[in-house]
Design a protein around this ligand. Structure first.
Ligand SMILES: C[S@@+](CC[C@H](N)C(=O)[O-])C[C@H]1O[C@@H](n2cnc3c(N)ncnc32)[C@H](O)[C@@H]1O
Length: 244
């Protein structure tokens, strides 16, 4: 088992989908993460589906580990996996031993079979049509009865979804949702508020998320220091083992 584990840990990460927001501006993204889901609606929805206290949690595409300490507060163990090396370093510094962080990608997870109860991926655009190898990997590392929970932005909800689609005219939310439905996921929409400490932070975040024109339009359309952002929470359970 240990040899098999070492082999997968040593494997090269699968190609990462570039994430300019957190790759290029991790400090602004940190402020964005603090502003996101200001009322904890995503955490509440996740907890309803999979209360993770005492369980083994894996966060795929964990970035610089913003969500790892939240899981670590109750989980038996927490592992983050992230392909972008500088973010792996930042995540390790953040968790300071509360969690393990490995370099790797969704399609080749550096974890043994049946070693996690909850596989979580947040703003995980690497999970969508064409991500079957990643779904198969999540299935492999889950224990029977465990769950894969994918949290992503809901591009059908204004205003944020409208700004997203202005920059991604070929993105087809209906196709993405149909993909997850065919793959056996339940889906729930989670309305949230992004709340910023001040206008300067709100504007800096919009400028790392959108092209210049769309960001300036978004800034002009917002007043105050908050706006609504809706998410999709897709969940699929691995069948429990049933006694014969
Ligand atoms: C928008 S960031 C979100 C990071 C983190 N989940 C968070 O919410 O703070 C998306 C992350 O997915 C990672 N990523 C990109 N391609 C990936 C892949 N194939 N497998 C796993 N993670 C990937 C990026 O490096 C980036 O850290």
């Amino acid at each position: 088992m240990i040899d098999a584990f070492r082999r997968v840990v040593a494997a090269e990460p699968d190609p990462a989908i570039p994430s300019p927001n957190i790759w290029k501006w991790p400090d602004v993204y940190e402020r964005e993460n603090r502003a996101q889901d200001a009322e904890g609606a995503i955490w509440a929805a996740l907890r309803e589906v999979v209360p993770w206290d005492g369980l083994d949690v894996l966060d795929v595409g964990c970035g610089d580990g913003f969500h790892l300490p939240v899981f670590a507060a109750g989980a038996a163990s927490v592992t983050g996996v992230e392909p972008h090396a500088p973010l792996v370093e930042r995540a390790r510094a953040r968790v300071d031993g509360q969690a393990r962080v490995f370099r790797g990608g969704a399609a080749a997870l550096p974890l043994p079979d049946a070693s996690a109860d909850l596989v979580h991926a947040r703003t995980a655009y690497f999970f969508g049509p064409g991500c079957e190898p990643g779904l198969a990997e999540a299935q492999r590392v889950l224990r029977p009865g465990g769950a894969l929970a994918i949290v992503d932005l809901d591009a059908t909800a204004p205003p944020y979804g409208r700004w997203m689609r202005a920059d991604l005219p070929r993105y087809d939310p209906a196709r993405v949702e149909a993909f997850f439905e065919r793959a056996g996921f339940s889906m729930r929409r989670v309305p949230t508020i992004w709340r910023f400490p001040d206008r300067a932070t709100l504007e800096a975040v919009l400028r790392i998320e959108f092209s210049r024109g769309v960001a300036e339009r978004a800034i002009a359309e917002t007043t105050g220091v908050e706006f609504p952002v809706r998410y999709r929470l897709h969940v699929r359970r691995k069948d429990p083992i049933t006694p014969e």
